[in-house]
Design a protein around this ligand. Structure first.
Ligand code: DER
Length: 231
C-alpha cells in the first residue's frame, strides 16, 4: 500500500546517511525495521558499522540481516540513531512508544550525536496528544502510580483515560525492560516538555513517550516526495 512505500522511502533516505565507521542506534517499529534491512544491504556491500539496537526485536532482526550488533555499555557514544515516531511536530517533539520500546529508544537516543526520525506524513501533527501517550511504569504499586499520574495530569491542566496495555491475546504487555505500559488518552498536550518532566517525578514512572529536544533531523515521506528537516 502507499503508506508502506512512504515508510520505505524515508527509511531508504536514512540508510544513505550512514557513513563508514559509524556507531548507529537501530530504532524499533515498522519504519525503523525497514531502515535496518536497508542498512544491512549496505553492510553486505562492505559498509563498516556497529549497530546498537533499541529492542530485542530489532536486535534479532539486525543479527539475522548480518549487522554487527553491540550494546550501549560496549559502545557508549553513537554517531546517529534512526527511529520512527507515533506523532511528531514541526519542532521535532515526538510521541513514541506505540511499539512498547520507548525506554530503550530514549536511552539510546540520548547517547547519540544525531537522532533522525523517519516517518510517513500521517505522523505529522500541530499539537501532540491525539495518539495516546505511552508511560512505562514499574509493576509494583500500579494503582498508586496510576492515581499519582492522574494527579499530575490535573496539575498540568490535562485529563484523560489511562489503560494498562495488553497483548493481542489479552495478557498484560511487559516491556523488554520488564515494566508495564500505561496509555493515556490526553487528546492534546500543549506543553510536552513540562508534562514529560512532571511525569518522570512520579515514583513508579520509569519513563514516558514524550521525546522533547532529542531529535535533530527528520525525514518525512509524503505523497509528493521526501521532506527533510534539521534542527
Ligand atoms: O514504538 C515506537 O516508538 C515506534 O518507533 C513507533 O513510534 C513507530 O512505529 P511505526 O514506524 O511502525 O509507525
Amino acid at each position: 500500500s502507499n503508506a508502506i512505500d512512504l515508510k520505505q522511502a524515508a527509511a531508504a533516505r536514512a540508510a544513505e546517511l550512514v557513513e563508514d565507521g559509524m556507531n548507529v542506534g537501530l530504532g524499533s517499529g515498522s519504519t525503523a525495521y525497514k531502515f535496518v534491512s536497508l542498512l544491512a544491504e549496505r553492510v553486505r556491500n562492505g559498509l563498516k558499522i556497529v549497530g546498537v539496537p533499541t529492542s530485542e526485536i530489532t536486535r534479532q532482526l539486525a543479527i539475522k540481516e548480518g549487522i554487527t550488533v553491540s550494546t550501549l555499555d560496549e559502545t557508549p557514544s553513537l554517531d546517529m540513531t534512526v527511529d520512527g515516531a507515533d506523532e511528531m511536530t514541526r519542532s521535532l517533539h515526538l510521541i513514541k512508544g506505540g511499539g512498547g520500546c520507548l525506554l530503550w529508544e530514549k536511552i539510546v537516543a540520548v547517547a547519540s550525536s544525531r537522532n533522525v526520525v523517519i516517518a510517513d506524513g500521517s505522523k505529522l501533527v500541530e499539537t501532540l496528544g491525539r495518539f495516546p501517550l505511552p508511560i512505562e511504569v514499574n509493576k509494583f504499586g500500579l494503582e498508586a502510580t496510576r492515581r499519582a499520574i492522574i494527579n499530575t495530569f490535573t496539575k498540568c491542566g490535562l485529563n484523560g483515560e489511562i489503560t494498562v496495555r495488553q497483548t493481542e491475546d489479552g495478557q498484560v504487555f511487559v516491556t523488554d525492560g520488564g515494566h508495564l505500559i500505561l496509555d493515556a488518552a490526553l487528546n492534546s498536550i500543549p506543553d510536552p516538555e513540562k508534562l514529560s518532566v512532571q511525569l518522570n517525578l512520579v515514583p513508579g514512572v520509569v519513563e514516558n513517550g514524550l521525546f522533547v529536544g532529542i531529535s535533530t533531523d527528520a525525514i518525512i515521506a509524503t505523497e509528493t516526495g521526501l521532506v527533510e528537516w534539521s534542527r
